[in-house]
Design a protein around this ligand. Structure first.
Ligand SMILES: *Cc1c(COP(=O)(O)O)cnc(C)c1O
Length: 420
């Protein structure tokens, strides 16, 4: 059973202070999960998790993860600025971007970030915008399909990211000629994988590639970056990935491939986003309308503008009607937002307890790629983000947008002929 970490009584109090809808994050859950990850990879001395900022770009969330030993993985100018604002610099930042603008390379260099190049042509761009650092990481795209036991996990051959295998060798050679001393190797081949074999298989592929690259070029390879991709069980009965099994699986591949190659010690980096945050965030909304036509609909005060995943990917997000956790789920609803968009539905044909107007409705697993993918369609304003602190209190970690924010980018001067 998927249950929120808070009770109806608690949530009622919280909702009195912060009007719905809002995203609510569970600090305790975030910290405990981060500790499990570090424990699972403690065997690797250089292990470092760089939180994929794009998943939940909030300074307080980043601060919590920093306290748990994580760096940040930035993908854009603004995310680099966010790191800078938090005094995060140097090798605490991984910069993994693609189609990278010149000014982003320049800022990443100025901050001393580790740069993960997406393409062989970016070598020249980086050289011109801040120069080549001593350490450079390259992103690998092996093409084809990425399978585990014949199940297609991802489709790198169709993905825009990374260097081909030949380009890796050539890229390393060029970088070495230009004075780069140490290398990293990165790949992101599948997303939201709950199969605990994903990281071990990816690690084996990267370890083998690293060994060959070193043989071909003589490059000193300092780290392998397994990137993101570990999934979470969005559905109640889905198995959760076992982070300790994942850690052991990567270690087995390491012992088999890296130790005999003479490349030990090699650091392992990760750039997890979803795994770090998704289960520890909730979108809290209220049922404000119901209608009964060809189907039964419940209308919430939240919409796809607060959580895009169901509309964009048809993603399942579990729903709890607060206080009715144990009531019979004998009603079948489409749970919708108010966007003028047919796909603005959090749930389709979902068996739920009877919902009454005013009920608090909690949408699970919105902690990553939730608020972050929000948008302003239909003039909807972005919601607040609230932290449920370890001591059971709450803190507003991002206020809700106001109409003033929405209007801030317009210039009304002269529009109504009333300029002085
Ligand atoms: C999105 C992204 C991540 C995080 O992915 P998750 O699936 O959230 O773990 C990590 N690295 C890169 C380069 C990404 O684009």
């Amino acid at each position: 059973m998927k249950r929120p970490v808070f009770t109806l009584e608690q949530l009622k109090e919280i909702a009195e202070e912060y009007p719905t809808p809002f995203h609510l994050y569970d600090e305790k859950g975030i910290r405990e999960n981060a500790r499990r990850l570090h424990e699972a990879f403690a065997w690797n001395e250089g292990f470092k998790q760089y939180f994929a900022v794009k998943a939940t770009p909030n300074p307080d969330i980043i601060r919590i993860l920093r306290e748990e030993g994580c760096g940040v993985d930035c993908s854009s100018m603004t995310e680099l600025r966010l790191a800078e604002a938090l005094d995060i610099t140097g090798d605490e930042i991984m910069f993994s971007s693609n189609a990278t603008p010149d000014e982003e390379f320049a800022l990443a260099r100025r901050l001393g970030a580790i740069i993960n190049l997406d393409d062989i042509t970016h070598i020249g761009a980086l050289e011109k915008n801040g120069g080549l650092p001593d350490t450079v990481c390259c992103r690998y795209n092996p093409g084809g399909e990425f399978r585990i036991d014949n199940m297609i996990m991802g489709n790198p051959g169709e993905a825009k990211f990374g260097f081909t295998r030949e380009q890796l060798t050539e890229g390393y050679r060029i970088l070495m000629q230009k004075g780069v001393k140490r290398f990293g190797l990165h790949a992101f081949l599948a997303s939201n994988v709950t199969d605990s074999e994903y990281y071990p298989r990816l690690a084996a592929l990267l370890f083998e590639t690293a060994v060959k690259l070193r043989e071909e070029t003589g490059a000193e390879i300092a780290f392998v970056n397994l990137s993101g991709g570990i999934g979470v069980p969005y559905r109640p009965k889905e198995p959760a990935p076992d982070i300790f099994r994942i850690g052991r699986g990567v270690k087995e591949a390491y012992d088999e491939i890296i130790r005999p190659s003479g490349m030990h010690p090699l650091a392992i980096y990760t750039e997890l986003g979803r795994f770090m945050l998704a289960p520890y965030g909730y979108l809290v909304a209220r049922a404000i309308r119901e209608k009964h036509i060809h189907k039964d609909y419940i209308g919430l005060d939240a919409s796809a503008a607060n959580l895009l995943r169901p509309a964009m990917y048809g993603a399942y997000h579990h729903i709890t009607v607060m206080g009715k956790e144990d009531a019979p789920h004998d009603h079948v609803y489409d749970v919708t937002g108010s966007l003028c968009e047919s796909n603005d539905r959090f749930a389709v044909d979902r068996p739920l307890p009877r919902i009454d107007i005013g009920d608090l409705v909690v949408i699970h697993d919105t902690g990553a790629h939730g608020f972050a993918m929000g948008y302003n369609y239909n003039g909807k304003l972005r919601s607040a983000e609230v932290l449920l602190t370890e001591d059971g209190g709450t803190r507003l970690i991002r206020r809700a947008e106001t109409e003033r924010d929405y209007f801030a980018t317009f210039d009304f001067t002269g529009l109504f002929g009333d300029v002085e």
